[in-house]
Design a protein around this ligand. Structure first.
Ligand code: GDP
Ligand code: IMO
Ligand code: MG
Length: 430
């Protein structure tokens, strides 16, 4: 048996969905432990494209129980429509479990996210506008609504009433916005609650029993380590624990139950939203990567900022996550770029540094130091073994592994599930 955490090592969209889907083929449980519908995880099986925001991608596999745990903030309108969409496509969704301890994301969270961002002007974070920050803020202030209360009509109505009263003060008196209508929200959300209720349970018991029965569990990290609320590029971060440790905090599964951490990184760098990204390329190469990699947000459709591979950022994530092995994705996108550059250091205030700075102001002054390596022109997207890869692609990967101090277990050479090259099957065996 194995309990494996799959975690993003950059600023999100590293193709975690694809890696989790690959592992899910042998898994019994796939568990979402953090974030909300700010996540967008794409899985491509044959010609079918699935985009997941709240439901764990493992649901595509018949034998998998998909679990949404305590650390998640769940938008009932998004969850129920995602559920309907999956059912329409013939995906059996009755093996979904939702923790009663998860927090419910309400319309006032969404509205406040947008109002706060607009109010920040140039200091904005560039959030997805999905209400994530305000919902986690309520959780930490102990004023949030948990799923348990949400699905209990007797408790939901008075809790909603108290929340709306307080939020309307904020919306109208601080931001000059229009107040929300409690009755309208109650009616809409009571219907979602009734739809969600059959899925709700104590997921800590399920996962603890699963571990005792030696089941295979994949923990599906959302976002990326550099967006982690503590370990990311704060304040240009999301509001949850994205690093592998979040898998224990967000589920109630103890750290001793985790066997392995697989870190996912693109063969280059992307970022959506504001905040420093030292290797970003605002030129033709950046555009080449964006177009070849289809680098537009899965959730918001925003163009992603693209740049060269930043080994300092990924090495930092290897450390912050205790990564056992890395999956390097979207290798095919670099085909045709020659030479390639790898960031091996930063020049900051006249000094060369080799460690990723955690103070965002310092990171903002970092000028990348590049090492030039040869590219390749061969189409790698149909290759199925490491030995088939062009010599320069092998060298590129070997150099990345050396710089970030972690071995490569898997490669992505295309969007589809079968466009994966396995280097270390043991690392991926459940
Ligand atoms: P996630 O949020 O980490 O799950 O990643 P996203 O799904 O948001 O973004 C990754 C994008 O890259 C999606 O459009 C995937 O379909 C696509 N993708 C994943 N792996 C590969 C790959 O190896 N090559 C290419 N070209 N695209 C890939
Ligand atoms: P997946 O799971 C990429 C970014 C936003 C913004 C910042 C804060 O698909 O990798 P938020 O709405 O969370 O308050 O926004 O975090 N962000 C992501 N970027 N992929 C994601 O998720 C992201 N989730 C949040 O763009 O910069
Ligand atoms: Mg994504």
């Amino acid at each position: 048996m194995a309990n494996v955490v799959v975690v993003g090592m950059q600023w999100g969209d590293e193709a975690k969905g694809k890696v989790v889907d690959y592992l899910a083929q042998e898994a019994d449980y796939v568990v979402r432990y953090n974030g909300g519908n700010n996540a967008g995880h794409t899985v491509v099986v044959g010609d079918e494209v699935y985009k997941f925001h709240t439901v764990p991608v493992g649901v595509l596999n018949e034998g998998v129980t998909a679990v949404i745990t305590d650390g998640v903030v769940l938008d009932p309108s998004v969850f129920t429509s995602e559920l309907d969409g999956l059912k329409e496509r013939g995906v059996t969704a009755d093996r979904i479990k939702i923790s009663g301890n998860a927090h419910v994301l309400m319309p006032y969270h969404r509205l406040l996210d947008q109002l706060e961002e607009a109010n920040k002007g140039d200091g904005k974070i560039g959030t997805t506008g999905r209400g994530i920050g305000p919902c986690y803020a309520d959780k930490m202030s102990r004023t949030g609504i948990r799923v348990w209360e949400f699905i209990d009509p007797e408790r939901f109505r008075p809790r909603l009433s108290a929340c709306i009263k307080q939020k309307n003060l904020l919306i109208t008196k601080v931001y000059g916005g229009d107040p929300l209508d409690e009755n309208q929200i109650y009616e809409e959300y009571a219907a979602y609650a009734a739809k969600m209720a059959p899925y709700v349970c104590d997921t800590t018991v399920i996962l603890s029993d699963a571990s005792r029965e030696c089941a295979n569990i994949v923990f599906e990290g959302a976002h990326g380590s550099l967006l982690d609320i503590d370990h990311g590029t704060y304040p240009f971060a999301t509001s949850s624990h994205c690093v592998a440790g979040g898998a224990t905090i967000g589920t109630g599964v103890g750290p001793t139950m985790i066997d392995r951490v697989i870190g996912v990184t693109k063969a280059y760098t992307t970022r959506v939203g504001e905040g420093p990204c030292p290797t970003e390329l605002a030129d033709k190469t950046g555009e080449y990567i964006r177009e070849r990699g289809n680098e537009y947000g899965t959730t918001t459709g925003r163009p992603r900022r693209c740049g060269w591979f930043d080994s300092l950022a990924v090495k930092y994530s290897v450390r912050a996550n205790g990564v056992s092995s890395i999956a390097v994705t979207l290798l095919d996108v670099l085909t045709g770029l020659d030479p390639l550059q790898i960031c091996v250091g930063y020049e900051i205030d006249g000094t060369i540094v080799r460690e990723f700075p955690t103070d965002v102001a310092v990171l903002g002054r970092a000028v990348p130091v590049y090492e030039q390596v040869a590219g390749w022109s061969e189409d790698v997207s149909k290759m199925t073994t490491f030995s088939e890869l062009p010599a320069n692609a092998k060298h590129y990967l070997a150099r990345i592994a050396e710089l970030v101090e972690a071995p490569v277990c898997m490669l992505g050479v295309g969007r589809r599930r079968d466009q994966s090259i396995i280097l270390d099957a043991d690392m991926l065996r459940m």
